[in-house]
Design a protein around this ligand. Structure first.
Ligand code: DAH
Length: 357
């Protein structure tokens, strides 16, 4: 028994890893191990022999088991030490620069103008970008033969022969949302509708897809004076200047009567545009008193309600405010451009917190 003890304690001490230790355990105290075999021999012994050999075998088994447990713990500690030595991390290294996303200037300008008009009681309305030609033209007092249809360089959706659904177009302006909003909400009504519009046109200041914001205010007692005030407030807030001078120029749109285009006083010094001062004028929007036919097309009584509407290019005013010279770059998805002209996603524009920082 002393031999057995010496043999297994040595083997346990020499076991280099947990697998080797397990082999020793099976050979010594496993079910078919040497100690178990010895225990089976107890049955053949005389009672006196058994009284000596039984406790001695049990003691041997206990001793081997506790040596195994101690060795197992030691091997575990050694393995952990080894892992800690190899898997280390230098927490003092600088962090990797984060590729932070940013807000596109069009999104930024949209957030800004929404904050401004919200303060004046306008809520945001939306409509589909693919619309029927009735919403895009007819309801806005632009009948089939009207030259405005041709002027708008409309994209028509393809229709298979025999398909008699109403013709659909990519909306050429946000004005159809006027009609949809009147149908949905009735009067009185005060909404803006920002969104994408489409025209077949492409140069430094035109892209086939661009953005407009439509405004519409209907009530029993609205006049051009309200339009003028709202637009002046908007322009001052948006361009973050104390005073501006707007020029209302008589114009023509089928959906308004009277109609006016609005220019803003500005100066161009060495290609640098300044808003609110100088001898130049820059056109920024179309507007007018909503034509009675348009109000009727929206399902509202034009004898009771009247109001103003306007339509403004969002990309255009973003270019002006942020000094971006070429509209086409807006839609190139060039990451370098976006990082340069983009805005932090976390700076939500508010009138009290500041629009653009
Ligand atoms: N829909 C016009 C366009 O895209 C812009 C416009 C002009 C909208 C006058 C209006 C308006 O609501 O009253 O050119």
């Amino acid at each position: 028994m002393d031999d057995l003890k010496a043999k297994y304690l040595t083997q346990i001490a020499e076991a280099g890893d947990e697998n080797a230790l397990e082999a020793v355990r099976l050979a010594a105290v496993g079910k078919k191990g040497e100690v178990a075999l010895k225990m089976r021999e107890l049955g053949k012994m005389s009672a006196e022999e058994r009284q000596v050999a039984g406790p001695a075998l049990n003691a041997l088994k206990d001793e081997i088991n506790s040596a195994l447990a101690a060795k197992k713990a030691a091997l575990g500690d050694a393995a952990l030490d080894e892992r800690l030595r190899t898997e280390w991390l230098d927490v003092t290294l600088p962090t990797r620069p984060r590729r932070q996303g940013s807000l596109h200037p069009v999104s930024q300008a949209t957030e800004e103008l929404t904050a401004i008009f919200a303060e004046m009681g306008f809520s945001v309305a939306e409509g589909p970008r693919i619309d029927t030609d009735w919403y895009n033209f007819d309801a806005l007092n632009i009948p089939g033969h009207h030259p405005a249809r041709a002027e708008m360089d409309t994209f028509y959706m393809h229709r298979a022969e025999g398909d008699d659904r109403p013709p659909h177009v990519l909306r050429t302006h946000t004005s159809p949302v006027q009609i949809r909003s009147m149908e949905k909400m009735g009067a009185p009504l005060r909404i803006i509708c920002p969104g994408g519009v489409y025209r077949a046109d492409y140069d430094q200041t035109h892209t086939p897809m661009f953005h407009q914001v439509e405004g519409l205010a209907l009530d029993e007692n609205i006049s051009m004076a309200n339009l003028k005030w709202v637009l002046e407030e908007f322009v001052k807030s948006f361009f973050e200047v104390d005073s501006v001078e707007l020029r209302f120029r008589a114009s023509h749109f089928p959906f308004t009567e009277p109609s006016a285009e609005v220019d803003i006083r500005c100066s161009w010094d060495n290609g640098q545009l300044k808003i609110g001062e100088g001898d130049d004028w820059m056109e920024i929007l179309g507007s007018g008193m909503v034509h009675p036919k348009v109000i009727a097309a929206g399902g509202i009584d034009p004898d009771k309600y009247q109001g103003f509407a306007f339509g403004m290019g969002i990309d255009r005013i973003a270019m002006l405010k942020y000094g971006i010279p070429d509209l086409r770059a807006f839609f190139d998805s060039d990451l370098r451009w976006l990082r340069h002209y983009g805005f932090s996603c976390l700076d939500v524009p508010t009138l009290h917190g500041g629009l653009s920082r």
